[in-house]
Design a protein around this ligand. Structure first.
Ligand code: FAD
Length: 480
C-alpha cells in the first residue's frame, strides 16, 4: 500500500470492498487517477481470506462462494485468472440434506439435476429450464438498477411472474421434499420470511447461476479476487491507502469525484450538515436486514455428511425441509434466535486442497440472527450440522466465531451484522438506497454512493461500483 503524500487524484474512493475496488478499477481504466482510502489494515472489505483458526488453514472471513462473481459483467470483463484469482467449480453447486440421509442437489445442467429429483424432476425442468435458457437475457437487467425498461421484456416478464410471489407459493408446485428444500435454501439468501414477495426471485436467480456457472470458490481463498483488483488498479497508476477511517467528508483531499463504498447511515454521518435535509431524511429511512453469526472451523477431515451429494458440494444449506427453513427465517424476522437455525455452510476443500493441510478441511458457516445480536450460535449451528453429518463434532480442531454485533465491529458496513448492505425488501430492491432516478448520485454534487446499498445489492459482483463509476464518468464527460 502507499502513503497519502502524493499528487491529488481525479477520484477518491472511500472503502476497498469489492464495489469500491470495482469502481476504482473502472475509473482507472477510463484514464482517471484514483486514490482508494480504506479504514481497515488490509483492503478487501467482505472479500478477504485469513488463517482464522489454525496455521495452514485458509478461512474466508466473509464471502466464500462466488456465483455472482462468476456471472457479473464486471468480473467476466476482468481477467481474474491472469491476476491469480482462479474460480474453481465444485461438482455439486449446492446440496440440501434432509433427515434420513436424503438430499436435494443441484449439479450440472437442468436435465442432469432434474434426473436426480425423482417425480419432481419434470416440474423442475418446466420451471427452471426456460429461465436458464433465458439467463443471458435476464442477467443484464438483474445486474443493473431496476429502473429502466428491460432489454428483453419477455424473458424478464417470465422471470418476474415466477419470481414475484413468495417462495412459499412457488414451492407448492412440488410434491417431494427435495425441490421444496432446494427452493427454500436459495430463497433464504434474501434474509426474508419465505412468505415475503420476491423471495422466489432470489431463489430462482441463485438456481440460474448454479446451472450457468456453478457456485465457484476461489483457489487459495476469496481474498485473491481483491489481490487481483488491487493489482490491476496499481498497474493503472491508482493507489490504495489503508488504516485511515474517514469520519467526515471534509477531511478528504480535493478530487473531481468522491465515491463512497459505505451504507446510507455512514454517509449521513460523514456528510453532516452539508447534506440537504430532504436527502438526509430519505437516507435515514433506509432499512437494514437481519444479521449473521459466523463460525469458521479447522477440521481433522471432511464433514461426514450422510447424503453422498453433500460430500461433493461446495455449499450445503443445512436446516431440513421447507417448513424448517421457513420457521427459522420467520423467527429471525420476529427478532428471535431459532433453536434450529438455517445455516449456510461452505466447504471449499471439495475442490481446493490448498485451503488446509493434507487430509484436513477448512469449513465456513453462518446462520441468520436478529439485527445487532450478541448471541453466539455456535452450539446450534454445530448441532444442525451434526444432525446431517454424525461425527462432525469429533473432527473439530479449532473454531473462530463472530456474532452479528462483532461483524459490525469488524466492518462498519455490516450494520447490526447485516451482510448485504440493506434489507432485500421489494421496495428496496427497486428503490435502493432512495427514490432517485440515478441511485448512485447523492444530494451532494460530486459525491456518489457505490456500496452494496446501491443496485444491484449485496454479493461480490462489483456491479454497484461499476455502475457508480460509469455515472461519474458520464458526469465528468469522460468517454468510456
Ligand atoms: C459472513 C459473510 C458471508 C458472505 N458470503 C458471501 C458469499 O459467499 N458470496 C457473496 O457473493 N457475497 C457474500 N457476502 C456478501 C459480500 O461480502 C458483500 O455483499 C460485499 O463485500 C459488499 O461489497 P462492498 O464493496 O459494497 O462493501 P464491503 O465489502 O463491506 O466493503 C466496504 C469497505 O469499506 C470500508 N469502510 C467502511 N467505512 C469506512 C470509512 N468510514 N472509512 C474508510 N473505509 C471504510 C470497510 O472497512 C470495507 O473494507 C458475505 C458477507 C459476509 C459478511
Amino acid at each position: 500500500m502507499t502513503s497519502s503524500a502524493a499528487a491529488p487524484a481525479d477520484a477518491i474512493v472511500v472503502g476497498s470492498g469489492p464495489n469500491g475496488l470495482a469502481a476504482a478499477v473502472t475509473l482507472a481504466r477510463a484514464g482517471l487517477s484514483v486514490h482508494v482510502i480504506e479504514g481497515a489494515a488490509t483492503p478487501g472489505g467482505g472479500c478477504r481470506t485469513e488463517a482464522l483458526t489454525l496455521p495452514g488453514f485458509l478461512n474466508d472471513v466473509c464471502s466464500a462462494v462466488h456465483p455472482l462473481a462468476g456471472v457479473s459483467p464486471f468480473f467476466t470483463g476482468t481477467d481474474l485468472a491472469a491476476r491469480g484469482a482462479r474460480l474453481l467449480t465444485p461438482k455439486v453447486a449446492f446440496a440440501h440434506p434432509l433427515d434420513g440421509g436424503r438430499a436435494g442437489a443441484v449439479a450440472g445442467s437442468v436435465d442432469e439435476t432434474a434426473g436426480g429429483l425423482g417425480p419432481d424432476g419434470r416440474a423442475y425442468r418446466r420451471l427452471v429450464g426456460p429461465l436458464v435458457r433465458d439467463f443471458p437475457l435476464i442477467l443484464p437487467t438483474v445486474m443493473a438498477p431496476l429502473r429502466s425498461v428491460p432489454g428483453h421484456p419477455l424473458a424478464m416478464a417470465r422471470y418476474g411472474l415466477e419470481g414475484l410471489p413468495p417462495v412459499s407459493v412457488l414451492a407448492r408446485r412440488f410434491r417431494g421434499p427435495e425441490v421444496r428444500a432446494l427452493l427454500a435454501g436459495t430463497s433464504a439468501h434474501a434474509f426474508l420470511p419465505l412468505t415475503a414477495p420476491l423471495t422466489s426471485a432470489f431463489g430462482l436467480l441463485f438456481l440460474m447461476t448454479a446451472h450457468a456457472v456453478g457456485w465457484p470458490v476461489v483457489e487459495g481463498g476469496s481474498g485473491r479476487i481483491v489481490d487481483a483488483l488491487v493489482g490491476e488498479l496499481i498497474s493503472l497508476g491508482g493507489r490504495v491507502e489503508t488504516g485511515r477511517w474517514v469520519q467526515d467528508l471534509g477531511s478528504l483531499p480535493p478530487a473531481r469525484a468522491v465515491l463512497l463504498d459505505v451504507t446510507p447511515r455512514q454517509f449521513v454521518a460523514m456528510a453532516g450538515s452539508r447534506l440537504p435535509a430532504r436527502d438526509r431524511r430519505e437516507l435515514q429511512r433506509f432499512r437494514y436486514g437481519p444479521g449473521v453469526c459466523k463460525v469458521d472451523w479447522a477440521l481433522a477431515g471432511p464433514v461426514p455428511w450422510q447424503a453422498p451429494a453433500c460430500r461433493e458440494a461446495g455449499t450445503v444449506h443445512v436446516c431440513g425441509e421447507f417448513a424448517d427453513v421457513a420457521r427459522s427465517e420467520s423467527e429471525v424476522a420476529a427478532g428471535r434466535h431459532p433453536e434450529r437455525p438455517f445455516c449456510l455452510v461452505a466447504q471449499p476443500g471439495v475442490v481446493d486442497p490448498s485451503r488446509a493441510p493434507a487430509g484436513k478441511q477448512a469449513l465456513w458457516g453462518y446462520c441468520h440472527v436478529p439485527s445487532g445480536s450478541t448471541v453466539d450460535m455456535t452450539e446450534r449451528i454445530e448441532a444442525q450440522i451434526e444432525r446431517f453429518a454424525p461425527g462432525f463434532r469429533d473432527l473439530i480442531l479449532a473454531r473462530s466465531v463472530r456474532t452479528a454485533a462483532q461483524m459490525q465491529q469488524h466492518n462498519p458496513n455490516y450494520i447490526g451484522g447485516n451482510i448485504d448492505g440493506g434489507a432485500g425488501t421489494l421496495w428496496q430492491t427497486v428503490f435502493r438506497p432512495t427514490v432517485r432516478w440515478n441511485p448512485y448520485r447523492t444530494g451532494l454534487p460530486g459525491v456518489y454512493l457505490c456500496s452494496a446499498s446501491t443496485p444491484p445489492g449485496g454479493g461480490v459482483h462489483g456491479m454497484c461500483g461499476n455502475w457508480a463509476a460509469r455515472t461519474v464518468l458520464g458526469d465528468l464527460g469522460v468517454r468510456h
